[in-house]
Write a protein that binds this ligand. Structure first.
Ligand SMILES: [Zn+2]
Length: 163
C-alpha cells in the first residue's frame, strides 16, 4: 500500500478507536503498515498514513516490531527537547519540533491485552509523532510558523520537480 502524502485530506482526519476482539482486518492492516514502514524505510507509521482512519500505530526503533491499538499518552515529562523530525507523509522535509523527553503510553495489543510503554528519547518522540497522526496532526502543524512557511516552500519545490 502507498503511504499518503501531504496535502492528502485523509491525513487531517481524526482516526477512530478499534476493538481488536471484533476487528477481523486488524492483523492484515498491521502487516501492511509494517511492510510500508520497512520499505520506506521509517521507524514508525500510523494507520491513517495508509488511508485507514483507525487508531493503530506500528514502530520499530530497536530492531523489534511493535503494534499498539488506541495508544494514549497518559504521562509526559515537563522536560522537552527540540530535534529535527521527518515524516513519511511529508517526504524530504525535516523540521525542528519540541517533544517531551519521556512519555508513558497506554493502549492494547492485537489481542486486546493492555500494554504500557515507558519511553524516552527516540521512542518517546516516535510515539508522540505517531499518536499525532491519529489526531490528524502533522509535523507541519507542530513546528514554528516560520519553520512551517519554510518547510512548505521546500516541500512544494521538491514536489514540483518530481511532477
Ligand atoms: Zn509521520
Amino acid at each position: 500500500m502507498r503511504i499518503l502524502e501531504h496535502p492528502n485530506p485523509a491525513l487531517k482526519q481524526r482516526s477512530l478507536e478499534v476493538d481488536p476482539a471484533s476487528d477481523t482486518e486488524l492483523r492484515t492492516l498491521v502487516a501492511a503498515m509494517a511492510c510500508a514502514m520497512y520499505e520506506a524505510p521509517g521507524v514508525g507509521l500510523a494507520a491513517p498514513q495508509l488511508g485507514v482512519v483507525k487508531r493503530v500505530v506500528v514502530y520499530d526503533v530497536d530492531d523489534e516490531l511493535y503494534a499498539v491499538c488506541n495508544p494514549v499518552i497518559v504521562e509526559r515529562s515537563e522536560e522537552s527537547e527540540c530535534d529535527e523530525e521527518g515524516c513519511l507523509s511529508v517526504p524530504g522535509i525535516g523540521v525542528m519540533i519540541p517533544r517531551s523527553v519521556r512519555v508513558t503510553c497506554e493502549g492494547v495489543d492485537l489481542d486486546g491485552a493492555p500494554v504500557r510503554i515507558e519511553a524516552e528519547g527516540l521512542l518517546a518522540r516516535v510515539l508522540q509523532h505517531e499518536i499525532d497522526h491519529l489526531d490528524g496532526v502533522l509535523v507541519l502543524d507542530r513546528c514554528s510558523a516560520e519553520d512551517r512557511r519554510d518547510a512548505i516552500r521546500r516541500y512544494n519545490e521538491i514536489h514540483e520537480q518530481v511532477g
